[in-house]
Design a protein around this ligand. Structure first.
Ligand SMILES: [Zn+2]
Length: 477
């Protein structure tokens, strides 16, 4: 009998149960906001890292690794940056039983770790552009209630830190960052909105901030990646100067991009999962195919041998496959692997052996298909594409269902009760943003959308003053 997890409509309980019962995450480590990634989630984490890292390298980024600790003197050099992060940093004040001469900040992000080194490395325009990334965990003392993967105090990410001789190249980098992230988020079927954040909502020290908000099944949005144009705000205080072609010393322009791997994993499970558990796209998890031998009574050696032969053939096709020979009943095995989101199941019983066929079950739509053994390889190749395409289509549906254009205060308040994601005209004033948040129960101006079509109207949805731009208004997770 199925133990069962809560229905997905009760999202919070469902999400926690999938992470726990599916053995993705363990929250019992004992430090608030810190979780343990078990093998089922680490395989997806590694897959996500690999996808982003190879795309970054294709676009001329190189990998580096900077220390976890940032000297306090470096950390406080950019004034906006320190204001924005000081209240949420972890700090080391003692070591070896002694008070440290200089306090050490545990990186909440690494600009202030990296720029002092950049000031030593770049000398002339020939050293630019400099495009580095690192794949690490960062630490922020999150004061809101923490949730595994979605809001933690330690989270996995990739951060890029790029220097350019001129402003145009730096701004072109922002567009490249947006293309890279869009390509990957599209390929794993996440539903997302890219926005330019409002001036009052920028990354501390940034001139322009852009963000990826994943759309969760609850209608809430989750910031999963950001990219920022920093102008000379970091090269100036860290004195990162180069000699230009004319031999004059100039300050480079810089950008940074943060890709939240923990949150991307959380959004992936939240978006694709169903009442039976997680659904992982083909090629991303620990397993793509699970083979279940079905016996009536004791072990049937014909079935087992045939299943072993099938496993060997599947593994030739490059898919990650395992044959489940445990003592669980077939029903228990189905439940076990469905919960973990394995996208393809191959069922093998006496019927399959006698007819020289396999029964293939798709986790995403629950459809079973009997296929001749000789055609299994080509069938799996087709399925691999189809399943991932289906997940991407569903991801896009999540957004189109949740998105609603609102033109008046009344429409805005009504849409907030329906948990919609709103598209509205906005005057750009923080006062309006604050009033909207208070009146709607927490809906925020997320910024001007870059990946949606719309027509600008003339009046702010809230105050009726002249509208400066269309914005997304949504509740953040
Ligand atoms: Zn307004």
């Amino acid at each position: 009998m199925k133990k069962g997890i809560p229905q997905k409509s009760t999202f919070s309980a469902w999400f926690d149960a999938v992470l726990k019962e599916g053995e993705f995450i363990d929250i019992r480590y004992g430090v608030k906001g810190f979780i343990v990634y078990r093998p089922n989630s680490m395989s997806i984490v590694k897959g996500l890292y690999h996808m982003f890292e190879s795309e970054l390298k294709k676009n001329n980024h190189a990998e580096a690794l900077f220390p976890l600790f940032i000297p306090y003197s470096s950390f406080k050099k950019e004034s906006e940056h320190i204001k924005g992060f000081e209240d949420e940093t972890f700090m080391v004040e003692r070591a070896g039983g002694e008070e440290l001469d200089e306090k050490l900040i545990i990186r909440p992000t690494s600009e202030t770790a990296i720029y002092p080194m950049y000031s030593l490395w770049v000398r002339s325009y020939n050293d630019l552009p400099l495009k580095l990334f690192q794949s690490v965990a960062v630490y922020r003392y999150e004061t809101k209630s923490t949730r595994p993967l979605l809001r933690g105090r330690e989270f996995l990410w990739i951060e890029t830190h790029d220097l350019f001789l001129n402003e145009e190249e730096a701004k072109a980098q922002i567009m490249e960052d947006l293309r890279v992230a869009s390509k990957i988020y599209d390929s794993i079927g996440l539903s997302f909105i890219i926005t330019e954040r409002e001036p009052f909502d920028r990354f501390p020290g940034a001139v322009e901030s852009y963000a990826y908000d994943a759309v969760l099944p609850t209608g809430e949005v989750l910031q999963i990646a950001t990219t920022h144009y920093l102008g000379q705000n970091f090269t100036r205080p860290f004195d990162v100067g180069v000699l230009n072609k004319e031999g004059k010393r100039v300050l480079p322009f810089s950008t940074c991009c943060g890709i939240g791997i923990s949150r991307s994993l959380g959004a992936l499970i939240a978006t694709h999962g169903d009442d039976h558990g997680a659904i992982v796209p083909v090629g991303l998890g620990m397993l793509d195919v699970i083979i279940i031998p079905i016996y009536h009574g004791g072990i049937n050696n014909d079935v087992l041998n045939y299943a072993t032969k099938v496993r060997d053939e599947v593994s030739l096709s490059g898919l990650n496959v395992t044959l489940d020979t445990s003592e669980l009943t077939p029903g228990e095995k189905f439940y076990h692997w469905e919960l973990r989101g394995i996208p393809i199941r191959v069922e093998i019983g006496e019927k399959e052996v006698n007819q020289n066929v396999v029964t293939i079950f798709r986790r995403d739509n629950g459809v079973r298909k009997v296929v001749e053994l000789t055609k299994m390889g080509s069938e799996l190749n087709v399925l691999k594409e189809e399943i991932n395409r289906e997940l991407s289509n569903r991801g896009r549906d999540v957004l189109s269902k949740a998105l609603q254009e609102v033109r008046t205060k009344e429409e805005l308040l009504k849409a907030s009760k329906q948990k919609s994601i709103m598209l509205a005209d906005f005057c750009g004033r923080k006062e309006c943003a604050d009033e909207i948040r208070n009146a709607s129960g927490g809906f925020e101006i997320r910024g001007r959308p870059l990946n949606l079509d719309y027509k600008l109207m003339d009046k702010c949805v809230w105050c009726g003053n002249k509208s400066l731009r269309k914005v997304i208004i949504a509740k953040a997770y």
